[in-house]
Design a protein around this ligand. Structure first.
Ligand code: XMP
Length: 505
């Protein structure tokens, strides 16, 4: 077993997931519980995760020096590496900031750093670097801007890396974690796959004879959630689709198809566009929007439950990336309140049932497929619960919603026509709230700028913007400025995650 010390990184749990995929057992601990946990679990190795703080800042999370006296191998990732260096006499400071993809040059490919290539692409996300290695450490790798990006102390088996091996867009990241687990910690590697039946059995045991309202949106996460619950408890499941008016136009039909043809359940559809637009009137702050939407969804589910007997659970398709961005661990930063996690009101009348809460998007797809959902359902592009509201910067009005829907429909149509839809994780339009000048028919127009976002991702935690052919972008741009009223220009968002999140709000 390996113990992961969680210093608040967005990806501490993802590192654990990578090890779990390799068949290695992982336990999590906050830094102040670490020694106690090590005493009870006797791990073969320890990983220090990244975190949002600077190691020398007041109140930054730290760890007892005793951990270095136990003789257990330690791999420090990002903040974890900075902390190892800081505690053992290295030096560091806030220097060159790097966020996103970088090229790693391994100058000393030894020990766990013997990877298929010595030059590879990695994901970095830091604003502090180790400027002088602690005594006993040997330099392994650098990027153009940061010298001490990987190093190790061969005697004490301490490893430090400034990049993120757990990120899907880091080349040979899993190889490095495997080398650490197998060669340094002595763990047996036996890749394992998730089994939907285990989840179905657990749901059956938890729910018993009670009823479950399941919030469905036609998206992958809530569909897989409802499908597994349906398999566990049959007609005790009541899927509820709230038509907020903020979802893609074809969603109603899709939900009906899924919940009548694929899952025979008594689907309830609540039409609530007017209520949502009324609640959102005048709100421009993204967090306030998300919380307003989260609360309204719950109000509606309460109303549905009041008409039923014995509803004890509210099921949601929450997945781990929703949880961690909504400050899902003690030292983590709050990035945004996903409507189904940080956007929920405190006084819920139900117990939450979230069987996908510890999984990532690709795992949810795999569970859905293994449980029997068709490919077109498990592979469809995700669409966020707050819908178009978080793709309209500023106030959501009827008029801007109509513009957004029209622009977004053009993006999806053209991407489909070009045969790119299935290759992309998501693609959509954004009403940016920025205004610019245009000349339309010899007249000056000062109108809104529409943004286009399209990217590839596997697990939501990292993404690369898609290299869409120029002619497709041109087609999208021409159609939007010509067909959508009051739009002056179209821009393409070429930012990776990190640092940018996928949605604009
Ligand atoms: P971000 O913007 O956080 O998006 O990088 C990651 C994934 O989550 C979706 N998303 C949401 N889904 N409720 C949801 O159900 C939300 O509040 C929410 N916010 C973002 C987003 O579309 C992307 O797939």
């Amino acid at each position: 077993m390996i113990i992961m010390i969680d210093f608040g990184s967005q990806t501490a749990h993802l590192i654990g997931r990578r090890l779990r995929d390799l068949g290695v057992t992982v336990e999590y601990a906050y830094p102040d519980e670490a020694l106690e946990k090590i005493k009870t679990c006797k791990p073969s190795g320890v990983i220090f995760s990244g975190g949002p703080d600077f190691v020398d800042a007041t109140n930054a999370p730290t760890i007892s020096m005793k951990i270095f006296e136990l003789g257990i191998p330690i791999l420090g990732i990002c903040y974890g590496w900075q902390l190892i260096s800081y505690l053992l006499g290295g030096e560091g400071k806030i220097t060159t900031k790097e966020f996103g993809p970088e090229t790693l040059h391994i100058s000393n490919p030894v020990d766990i750093f013997q990877l298929p290539k010595d030059t590879c692409n990695v994901i970095v996300s830091h604003g502090y670097t180790v400027t002088k290695l602690p005594p006993g450490f040997v330099l392994i790798a650098s990027t153009e801007r940061v010298k001490n990006i990987a190093a190790y102390d061969p005697k004490r088996k301490l490893y430090g890396i400034q990049y993120h091996p757990e990120a899907n867009h880091t080349e040979y990241g899993v190889d490095l974690l495997k080398n650490f687990a197998r060669d340094v910690c002595g763990e047996t590697i036996h890749p394992t796959e998730l089994n939907p039946q285990t989840i179905i059995d657990k749901i059956k045991k938890t729910v018993g004879k009670k009823k479950v309202i399941c919030a469905v949106s036609g998206g992958v996460d809530s569909t897989v959630t409802a499908f597994l619950i349906g398999k566990a408890i049959g007609k005790q499941l009541i899927p509820v689709y709230v038509d907020s008016g903020l979802m893609r136009p074809e969603t109603d039909k899709r939900v009906e198809y899924i919940f009548t043809k694929l899952i025979s359940a008594d689907l309830e559809i609540i039409h609530a566009k007017k209520r949502f637009l009324k609640a959102l009137a005048g709100i421009t702050d993204p967090e306030k929007k998300r919380k307003t939407i989260g609360k309204l969804y719950i109000d509606i589910f309460n109303e549905v439950a009041a008409k039923q007997n014995e509803v004890a659970y509210l099921a949601q398709g929450t997945i781990y990336s929703d949880v961690i961005e909504s400050k899902g661990s003690k030292h983590a930063s709050h990035i945004k309140s996903h409507h189904n996690v940080g956007g929920l009101p405190k006084d819920l009348n139900f117990t939450l049932l979230e069987p996908m809460r510890t999984f990532y998007k690709d795992e949810v797809r795999m569970l859905g497929k293994k449980a029997g959902l068709p490919d077109d359902v498990v592979n469809m592009q995700p669409f966020p619960g707050p819908g178009y509201a978080v793709r309209i910067r500023g106030e959501v009005t009827e008029e801007r919603l109509a513009q957004e829907i029209q622009a977004d429909t053009i993006v999806v149509e053209e991407i489909r026509k070009a045969g790119l839809y299935k290759k992309l994780f998501q693609c959509f339009a954004i009403m940016t709230g920025a205004y610019s000048t245009a000349v339309k028919g010899d007249e000056r127009a000062f109108a809104e700028v529409v943004g286009i976002r399209a990217y590839e991702s596997v697990d939501v935690m990292t993404s690369q913007w898609a290299k869409i052919p120029y002619d497709v972008l041109q087609k999208i741009s021409s159609r939007i400025v010509n067909e959508v009223p009051n739009v002056s220009r179209v821009v393409y968002d070429i930012t990776t995650k990190p640092p940018a999140t996928m949605e604009w709000e």
